[in-house]
Design a protein around this ligand. Structure first.
Ligand SMILES: NC(=O)C1=CN([C@@H]2O[C@H](COP(=O)(O)OP(=O)(O)OC[C@H]3O[C@@H](n4cnc5c(N)ncnc54)[C@H](O)[C@@H]3O)[C@@H](O)[C@H]2O)C=CC1
Ligand SMILES: O=C(CO)COP(=O)(O)O
Length: 764
């Protein structure tokens, strides 16, 4: 039936004709394909020879036939393969040493082109088509029917062929669901086919004739004869353009049927996205055909079929290995139960374990750091996705949504890389030698350590009052009073001398409680140079003056010292544990805010910048008061509904006052606002919240404060807030109630009762 079909088509006259005695039998596409794949490379179609004739004519009109393989006619396939591999290796080394490897890896793994199989399909098809029979046919036909008609017919035929091949490849994947969830059958099949064709192509290349062997003689004569016939008969040129396109297309289609590149497309279609493979393969065909049509004759003089076959074979094997490695990489996830979470870590690891590790960091965090970026999630393959769907109770995002999710993430990562590439490479850390930290309590020590870790040859000097703690830090590298479970980096030192701490310091981190800050600053002002920026991390309002740190610092120093304010959800212990933390650096001088970003930003700490100093400071101060109120609700065991209602109301009150004072809405909803409110209202490490809890449970404030060696800034700040609220004419029910409780005028229960009985209002 197939023969009838072929006979009905006009192309038949181009390729079939009476065969002179002794000449190779005319080649029918399907037969040729089977012959080719059965190792019958020596019985290749006369069209190859015909192409050579055509190539010769196109190249130099010389009757002497060019010998494919090299200008000199010498084919050295193994040298070509070795050269190709050496070039690839050299390119790899260049890319690796240039530092672009991760970018390329990310791109290859994450880009739609890489993931979908587009690149693999393009490379494979392009290389296997250069020098393949359809390449020769296209080159020959271009001379007979014209370049454009040949190109159009070939491109159409190869596109249809590709779609069919990908369809067949996809059909391979349609295995029973039971298998699908545990084995990526399509991909294993793809690997097997790629290995098969890699080996096969190399073997074919090996057995191909070199240097004209078998390339001339009868085949060339027959080809020349065939060309003459076609020309004399004018069969092709006499037809309409449309008919010529159909003729060319049909010839190419049948010549390509069952060919190596069709099977390669099937293999890739089974392993990757059909759309990616189809578009990559079509592009590969189109580019190869264009080269055949435009410059095939020229190329043929330099690169032999044998060489191209070697390169194609190597490439098949490379893709097989790459796909197999990908399968092995994702294999541990396939069909496995999701890995158990790491057992909960003790938030305070033992001293001895830290010392054994010779590190200032608790072990689990240090290990996380050493391991770098975590492994990819399990949903990397369709099989794993099915397993994940089962784990979700059968609910999985539809493919369109999944691809949108991946695309959005890819855009984000691309933006991130671009941003990092364009970033100013100069960093304040480069020329930094010494930083002074005022106050060696929990947070001063934690931020000192965060800085010390940024640069081993930086000296971080803590200025303390207690000589004993000072000696402990210098001798044992432990702050025995505030953070006794942590070994400090060796470049953190301590002193009780302001002169010594300030001498040569390029920045000063201020971590003294707000209520003691004025006296402290008065005491050190003569030692601190007027141009050294002070970075305040203290959160509160000064009792009496109602001042924020940004007003208190210049007031106490009597000069306009450069200043920045660092705030946000950041428990000292978690900073020491290297748990991810986000803060915001505020300064009227945006350059200084940016310097703070460079100073503190690390894989564990994100630092946003803002010029909204008022917003950052007032939010940091008020959240402490709200945390006290949240602690009271917790201590009274009023439940989670009550807690959420209280925190929401508190957020609104902070926003009302902050905005009246000139804060930006973005600050209130940012890290120093909402972020820190959440942390201190819900986080068990908050000292303000702990004071509230104990108040709610009935303890007296005096007893609570006497039993703690750490500051709860909200206690003092609460009274100031009410004064501020009156000054700015805002009503703050929850924050005022907290002040009432702290002042002993109201019991926690009474405060709750009164708040619940306030008039029902419209939300604002
Ligand atoms: N601990 C934390 O997680 C965080 C604390 N902060 C803020 O940092 C500031 C400091 O807090 P912490 O270090 O936690 O307090 P802390 O109570 O742990 O230590 C306070 C430090 O200030 C020193 N100090 C107290 N009175 C002093 C005075 N008159 N003169 C000189 N030094 C004095 C103490 O000796 C101690 O070194 C506070 O405003 C707090 O709100 C901010 C973010 C997080
Ligand atoms: O400000 C803090 C975390 O951001 C620390 O809060 P406490 O002072 O309540 O512990």
């Amino acid at each position: 039936m197939f023969r009838d079909f072929k006979a009905a088509w006009p192309y038949a006259s181009l390729v079939t004709r009476p065969r002179p005695a002794g000449m190779l039998r005319p080649c029918r596409p399907l037969e040729r394909c089977f012959a080719l794949h059965a190792g019958g490379r020596r019985r290749r179609c006369r069209l190859t020879a015909a192409w050579r004739v055509a190539a010769s004519a196109a190249a130099d009109q010389s009757p002497e036939l060019p010998t494919p393989g090299s200008a000199s006619g010498q084919s050295k396939p193994l040298l070509w393969v070795a050269g190709t591999l050496a070039l690839l290796a050299a390119a790899g080394v260049c890319v690796h040493t240039s530092g672009y490897t991760p970018v390329l890896q990310e791109w290859a793994a994450q880009s739609v082109l890489g993931r979908s199989g587009f690149l693999a399909a393009f490379a494979l098809i392009f290389l296997s088509e250069i020098g393949d029979k359809t390449f020769f046919i296209a080159a020959l036909l271009a001379m007979k029917v014209g370049k454009w008609l040949t190109f159009t017919g070939s491109a159409l035929a190869l596109s249809i062929m590709t779609v069919i091949s990908v369809g067949i490849g996809c059909a391979f994947k349609s295995v029973p669901d039971a298998l699908k969830s545990s084995l990526p059958v399509g991909q294993y099949l793809g690997v097997a086919l790629m290995v098969y064709f890699g080996v096969k192509t190399l073997r074919d290349a090996w057995s191909m004739p070199s240097k004209g062997e078998g390339a001339g003689g009868e085949e060339l004569a027959a080809a020349q004869e065939e060309l003459d016939e076609a020309e004399q008969g004018g069969r092709v040129s006499a037809r309409s353009p449309w008919q010529s396109v159909v003729e060319v297309g049909t010839l190419i289609f049948l010549a390509e049927w069952g060919d190596r590149s069709m099977l390669a497309t099937m293999a890739l279609g089974a392993a990757h996205s059909p759309l990616g493979v189809a578009s990559g393969a079509i592009l590969g065909h189109v580019v190869a055909t264009a080269i055949a049509v435009l410059g095939g004759a020229f190329a043929s003089r330099y690169i032999s079929e044998k060489t191209v076959a070697y390169i194609g074979g190597v490439l098949f094997l490379c893709f097989a290995v790459a796909t197999a490695l990908g399968l092995a990489g994702s294999g541990s996830h396939v069909g496995e139960q999701p890995r158990q979470e790491e057992p909960a870590r003790s938030s305070e690891p033992s001293r001895s374990s830290m010392e054994e590790a010779g590190s200032s960091l608790p072990l689990p965090r240090a290990r996380l750091h050493a391991e770098g970026r975590p492994a990819r999630p399990a949903i990397a393959t369709p099989a794993a996705a099915s397993a994940a769907a089962a784990a979700f109770g059968g609910v999985l995002y539809p493919p369109a949504e999944r691809s949108q999710i991946r695309d959005s993430w890819r855009h984000l990562m691309r933006w991130s890389r671009r941003w990092r590439t364009c970033e100013d490479s100069s960093c304040v850390l480069d020329n930094l030698e010494k930083v002074a930290v005022f106050g060696g309590g929990s947070f001063g020590t934690a931020m000192g350590c965060a800085l010390a870790r940024q640069k081993p040859d930086l000296t971080v000097t803590l200025l303390l009052r207690d000589p004993q703690i000072c000696a402990d830090i210098n001798t044992f590298h432990v702050n025995t009073r505030y953070l006794k479970d942590y070994l400090l980096p060796s470049n953190v030192v301590a002193t009780t001398s302001a002169a010594e701490a300030c001498a040569g310091a390029q920045y000063a981190i201020h971590a003294v409680p707000v209520q003691h800050s004025r006296a402290f600053l008065l005491g050190i002002k003569e030692h601190l140079a007027g141009d050294v920026p002070i970075v305040s991390v203290s959160k509160g309002l000064e009792v009496g003056s109602g001042r924020m740190m940004s007003e208190l610092i210049p007031g106490a120093l009597g000069r306009k010292q450069p200043a920045a304010f660092l705030s946000g959800p950041s428990f000292a212990k978690e900073v020491m544990d290297l748990r991810p933390t986000g803060v915001v650096a505020a300064s009227k001088d945006s350059k200084l805010a940016r310097e703070m970003q460079q100073l503190f930003a690390s894989p564990y700490m994100r630092v946003n910048t803002t010029t909204d100093v008022t917003g950052v400071e007032i939010c940091g101060a008020l959240k402490n008061v709200l945390a006290l109120a949240a602690g009271i609700v917790e201590g009274l065991d009023l439940g989670q509904n009550a807690m959420a209602a209280l925190v929401a109301q508190g957020c609104a009150e902070i926003r009302w006052l902050a905005e009246k004072m000139g804060a930006k809405p973005a600050t209130v909803s940012g890290l120093s606002g909402l972020g820190d409110i959440m942390l201190t209202c819900y986080g068990s490490l908050s000292r303000n919240r702990s004071v509230g809890v104990r108040l709610g449970r009935g303890e007296a404030l005096a007893d609570i404060l006497a039993s703690s060696n750490q500051v709860a800034e909200g206690v003092a700040t609460a009274g100031v807030v009410v004064t501020l609220a009156r000054r700015f004419r805002v009503s703050l029910p929850v924050l005022t109630a907290a002040a009432q409780v702290l002042d002993g005028n109201l019991s926690p229960e009474e405060a709750v009762f009164d708040i619940m009985n306030l008039p029902q209002i419209e939300e604002r």
